[in-house]
Write a protein that binds this ligand. Structure first.
Ligand code: CP3
Length: 359
């Protein structure tokens, strides 16, 4: 028999819930750390797998998706593993084919442009995404309680923008044309997306995800008034629905300095911060009733170690030992990032510890 620790709080931290505890703003022994896009092209092991499989093939084969997830988390020594999948996977069961074109990112073959296109979208096939749940089961089986396991999905606004634009976008003209010009179709679209995502997240939670992160990556394209009027409610519904499943929610966006207080009103447990604003300012905007995640500029990972360490320490100092900080980047790791610098950040966060933050 394993000796049991008389202090249940300490035992809970040892068994890998440091990350989940921080999401809930409970005290932890040190700041948990993980990275957006921690499994990706910057890592040789991932590039080796990609020689034999496309991105979508990896996502759809639970054995491979789990291996990629586990390899990245173990190589970095992080506190949480995010399941290897992609934001766009739910488009397929909704009836939209897409592919990833080298150098161009995702391309949706027949983008949604009219009310009729929206009506044609299906919401009854979310179960087709069960391969993601199977991969989560494998990751959860591997790590047991040693690491937090993160499931994820796109936020309604960000997914709608991919469906309408047909890919990445600079000005979101088609998206905003539908939003302003055919608001009924827009609302129906978000409704349908939320229906599918709820079922998708439920499968992920049932499979063992400890936390769900909702990526509203492109919400920064909206001004505050438009966010309130056209995007907030669908995000709020999704956040609440996932919380009802019994897990905390991280709600993340980029270029969100002007939106943070409104994003917090979704009720998400954790708000992701980008790097354009100091962490303490962002946290004030979010409100201290929420945890925050962030917010190192991912390109700092190309800087000399002294500069990197200065920035890492600034972030930890700004968090000031307050329960509810999860160290991360402000956006995903980019190709070409030196892996050893990512590992160095994990060391820096571990070594900094809470004591130093407190004084
Ligand atoms: O460790 C991880 O975070 C990996 C899992 C993951 C992927 N995509 C795999 C992936 C996650 C969490 C995502 C989410 C995702 N996908 C987002 C939200 C996160 C963010 O960055 O804001 C978005 C916007 C997408 C859509 C997407 N997928 C784009 C725009 C691209 C092309 C970008 C590029 O760099 O080419 C992808 C492709 C993609 N998804 C890669 C990975 C590792 C690139 C590598 C490859 O082609 O193998």
């Amino acid at each position: 028999m394993q000796p049991t620790n008389p202090n249940p709080a300490v035992e809970a931290i040892i068994d890998g819930s440091r990350f989940v505890r921080a999401c809930l703003r409970r005290p932890v022994d040190r700041t948990p750390v993980w990275f957006l896009r921690q499994a990706g092209r910057y890592m040789q092991e991932y590039r080796d797998v990609r020689k034999h499989h496309t991105l979508v093939e990896i996502c759809k084969q639970p054995e491979i998706a789990a291996e990629v997830t586990i390899t990245a988390a173990e190589k970095l020594g992080v506190d949480a593993a995010i399941i290897f999948a992609d934001l766009l996977l739910p488009l397929e069961p909704m009836g939209l084919d897409f592919e990833f074109q080298a150098g161009e990112g995702p391309v949706v073959h027949h983008p949604v442009r009219t009310a009729e296109d929206v009506r044609a979208l299906r919401t009854d096939r979310a179960a087709d995404l069960a391969y993601v749940a199977r991969a989560i089961e494998k990751v959860a089986g591997h790590f047991q309680n040693r690491l937090g396991i993160i499931g994820f999905c796109g936020a309604p606004y960000t997914l709608a923008s991919y469906m309408i634009e047909g890919g990445g976008s600079k000005n979101y003209i088609h998206t905003k044309k539908m939003m302003y010009g055919d608001t009924d179709a827009w609302r129906l679209l978000l409704d349908k997306i939320v229906t599918v995502l709820e079922e998708y997240c439920r499968m992920q939670v049932q499979a063992g995800a400890d936390v769900i992160q909702i990526f509203d990556s492109w919400v920064g394209s909206l001004g505050l008034a438009d966010y309130r009027e056209y995007a907030f409610e669908a995000s709020r519904r999704l956040v609440r629905a996932v919380q009802q499943m019994g897990v905390p929610v991280i709600y993340f966006g980029v270029e969100t300095a002007g939106l943070l207080s409104e994003m917090a009103l979704t009720g998400a447990d954790v708000i992701g911060l980008d790097w354009r604003q100091p962490l303490d300012e962002g946290w004030r905007a979010v409100g201290h009733a929420h945890a925050v995640q962030g917010n190192l500029d991912p390109i700092t990972l190309f800087a000399p170690l002294e500069v990197l360490e200065r920035r890492v320490h600034e972030i930890l100092r700004a968090a000031n030992g307050r329960p509810g900080h999860i160290f991360n980047l402000g956006h995903g790791i980019v190709p070409g990032t030196p892996v050893e610098n990512v590992q160095a950040v994990v060391r820096m966060v571990r070594e900094y510890g809470l004591e130093k933050a407190n004084g």
